[in-house]
Design a protein around this ligand. Structure first.
Ligand code: C5P
Length: 420
């Protein structure tokens, strides 16, 4: 036994006459103590039988991508991951082409695309196929992708011609496998763009204040006026600004959400408390008013629970709450460079939102349609239109998190381009 015992090879057998040599390869691998699990393409089964491969490997042979029983026993992704090395022998022109182009339409090609291990191929085909321009291109692509090649060699072909395309002998393939197995065979996951990568660091050193959630305006000690805001959008914005590197204060009305990590969260109940908390959090580079602040509060809060008198009407006198957004938008001193408001409208969305933007002295209004059937309140999705001085921009239906990330990316760009 060599130091390679306990190593596992996933052997993919392609459809070629050289498959008979692969049977010998299996025997020699097992002599070295290397476990072999085999996958056969549909074509391979014309040249060698799954039964002979199973007998030599001592393991079940896999042939079908959509086999319920195989998938229940060992998922095809796992099959491609539990091995230390993937070996393709014989690697036909067709298998190489599939690999080079990332096709995944049968079990073998799917495993080759899904694997996190190195791949070693032993090509075998007619010399014209090996020398054909598409194969030459595919081989170059695969070499550049890090696929290891064993052969092919020159020699007499089964078809009577002589030239390159003969599969390496089992002992040569064995040597190449042993060499590959002595090194690291794990492929690192390629870098991929994360959803928040666009904004990472974009607000380094900036201060952002966000309001979120509803406000509760007390009527008496047990009753209050409220609205259906969940705070999901505002909280997601605070989290996205924090992820972009900003120092964030979130002023939140009563919500059933956790405080976002790394964000200074101030909990308030009424619009008046929210106004004071926002003032205290200034100065800031960006103010985003995402809260659904109650427009009215009762003129007086009853000190004791209001009692109902049989049959009598009860009326409440309401007075207007301070408009926090407008107060920030129209500030002379310490006005944040960017002031952003939200507009929940049920009709004439753009027209009403544009008016609101001007009235409240905002740079940007994020308008959403909360009309019947929109499911925005409390839901996970949001479909918004951005309204600025120079026009509007409609975004598709996105998760509230995605809206937050895109909004923060845009505000960071605006701030940085304006060199404010
Ligand atoms: O006027 P309307 O309530 O529709 O405006 C919505 C926008 O104004 C939101 O950004 C909201 O946070 C803000 N607002 C505010 N203070 C209020 C009312 C609304 O900051 N009293």
């Amino acid at each position: 036994m060599s130091g390679l015992s306990k190593k596992r090879v996933l052997l993919i057998i392609g459809g070629g006459i050289a498959a008979y040599k692969t049977l010998d390869l299996i025997r020699r691998l097992r002599e070295k103590g290397i476990a072999v699990r085999a996958v056969m393409t549909a074509a391979a089964q014309h040249f060698a039988t799954p039964l002979s491969v199973a007998s030599l490997s001592g393991e079940k042979v896999f042939t079908d991508l959509f086999s319920l029983t195989d998938e229940a026993a060992i998922g095809h992704i796992e099959l491609s991951r539990e091995a230390d090395l993937i070996v393709v022998a014989p690697a036909t022109a067709d298998l190489l082409a599939k690999m080079a182009h990332g096709l995944a339409n049968d079990l073998a090609s799917t495993l080759l695309l899904a694997t996190d291990k190195k791949i070693l191929v032993a090509p075998a085909m007619n010399l014209r196929m090996w020398l054909a321009a598409p194969t030459v291109r595919n081989v170059a692509t695969l070499r550049a992708d890090g696929v290891i090649f064993s052969g092919p060699g020159d020699g007499d072909m089964a078809c009577g011609e002589y030239g390159p395309g003969r599969m390496s002998e089992p002992l040569e393939i064995l040597a190449a496998i042993e060499a590959a197995l002595t090194g690291d065979t794990v492929l690192p996951l390629p870098a991929y763009p994360r959803a928040d990568a666009a904004v990472a660091g974009a607000l380094d050193g900036r201060r952002v204040v966000v309001t979120s959630g509803p406000t509760h305006e007390p009527i008496d000690p047990v009753r209050y006026i409220a609205n259906r805001s969940s705070g999901k959008q505002g909280h997601a914005i605070a989290a996205a600004a924090q992820a972009a590197g900003a120092s964030v204060t979130l002023v939140s009305g009563p919500v059933a959400l956790a405080d976002p990590a790394g964000v200074t969260t101030v909990h308030v109940e009424t619009a008046d408390e929210m106004r004071r908390a926002v003032e205290a959090a200034l100065p800031a580079d960006i103010f985003i008013g995402a809260a659904a602040v109650a427009d009215w509060r009762t003129a007086e809060t009853a000190p004791e629970k209001l009692k109902k008198a049989a049959g009598a009407e009860q009326s409440l006198t309401l007075v207007q709450n301070p408009d926090i957004l407008a107060a920030i938008g129209w500030r002379d001193r310490d006005r944040p460079a960017l002031v952003v408001g939200f507009a929940a409208e049920t009709e004439s969305l753009i027209e009403h939102a544009q008016k609101k933007r001007l009235a409240k002295g905002c740079d940007l209004i994020v308008a959403n349609n909360v009309g019947r059937g929109s499911n925005v309140f409390g839901g996970e999705m949001n479909e918004v239109t951005l309204i600025a001085a120079d026009g509007s921009e409609r975004w598709p239906s996105l998760s509230k998190k995605e809206v937050a990330t895109k909004l923060i990316a845009r505000l960071a760009r605006q701030l940085n381009e304006a060199r404010i």
